[in-house]
Design a protein around this ligand. Structure first.
Ligand SMILES: Cc1cc2nc3c(=O)[nH]c(=O)nc-3n(C[C@H](O)[C@H](O)[C@H](O)COP(=O)(O)OP(=O)(O)OC[C@H]3O[C@@H](n4cnc5c(N)ncnc54)[C@H](O)[C@@H]3O)c2cc1C
Length: 257
């Protein structure tokens, strides 16, 4: 890639959630402006070659640093190296952010109920949106459902509560629904343990949210595993919701691979 297209940024901190999940923060250059929900292209240099990957920005559009949330794919060209990252290292950051998984894409129906449905690191763009004041003011209800396989993969669970208190005060009502699909202990009444499409089909997602999915009022964003995205999209379509195109419709999606 042309040297003019990226800058070199310094790693400020690294936080490890589990063997396969970590977050890191980078210096944010003044020119790097993004909308909540967009992604950056981050690069590493290996033997003189540059490898870039897409990464949704976790941090608030107002934050001084840029935060990202990463999987470790053991034999992945990028993350098998990135997992050894430490403060003081340098990463390449493409100057321009990308992506259309932003709330600005919704024009009709008007904002009322916002459903943010993620698997794994697909949580990242939603964390950024929740650290923006606009959605809390625009929507009446916000539901965040976050599905992982194992309990130790529920990264950011505590931070989500703090974010809702900080940014949501006086705004939309908020429900956080963590989902663990392979729980080691049998699920209790309050723990959701099935995949998102199943939870839509059997009505449990709406029951736990205390809110109905409704083509006239729901904006639904899906992010993460492409199989989840496809199956959930189909479950939503079966309920009468439509893909958002040219501003109109309920469902917006982003696949991570
Ligand atoms: C728009 C967009 C935004 C993205 N944002 C993020 C992000 O915020 N955080 C993040 O970790 N990744 C994100 N990704 C995926 C990321 O770009 C890379 O795929 C990931 O870093 C792995 O790179 P790799 O070279 O190690 O493996 P790759 O060769 O890129 O992927 C190998 C395989 O690993 C699996 N895989 C890839 N990414 C993930 C993942 N995130 N979770 C679980 N399994 C995965 C898939 O099976 C994939 O086929 C995003 C992708 C896109 C298209």
């Amino acid at each position: 890639m042309n040297e003019e297209k990226f800058t070199r940024e310094t790693v400020l901190s690294v936080r490890r959630w589990s063997d396969t999940l970590f977050s890191f923060t980078l210096t944010r250059p003044a020119h790097f402006r993004f909308s909540a929900g967009q992604f950056a292209r981050i690069g590493i240099e290996v033997d003189g070659e540059k490898i870039f990957r897409a990464y949704s920005v976790v941090s608030s559009p107002f934050a001084e640093e840029l935060e990202f949330f990463s999987i470790v794919v053991p034999d992945g060209a990028f993350t098998s190296r990135l997992q050894h990252l430490k403060a003081g290292d340098q990463l390449l950051l493409e100057k321009i952010p990308f992506g259309f998984l932003t709330l600005a894409r919704y024009q009709k129906p008007l904002p009322q109920d916002l459903w943010l449905l993620a698997t794994g690191t697909g949580l990242a763009p939603f964390l950024s949106m929740l650290q923006d004041f606009a959605p809390w003011q625009q929507y009446q209800q916000i539901i965040l459902a976050y599905s992982v396989r194992m309990p130790e993969e529920l990264a950011y669970a505590e931070e989500i509560k703090t974010i809702a208190q900080t940014f949501g005060e006086g705004g939309a009502s908020f429900k956080f629904l963590p989902i663990v699909t392979r729980p080691v202990v049998p699920p209790s009444d309050t723990t959701l343990a099935q995949r998102l499409p199943t939870l839509i089909e059997n009505g449990l997602l709406e029951q736990h949210a205390g809110l109905a999915l409704n083509p006239a009022t729901s904006h639904v964003m899906l992010c993460g595993n492409p199989q989840m995205v496809e199956d959930t999209r189909n479950a939503l379509k079966a309920r009468g919701l439509t893909m958002n195109r040219r501003g109109e419709g309920n469902i917006a999606v982003e696949n991570y691979w």
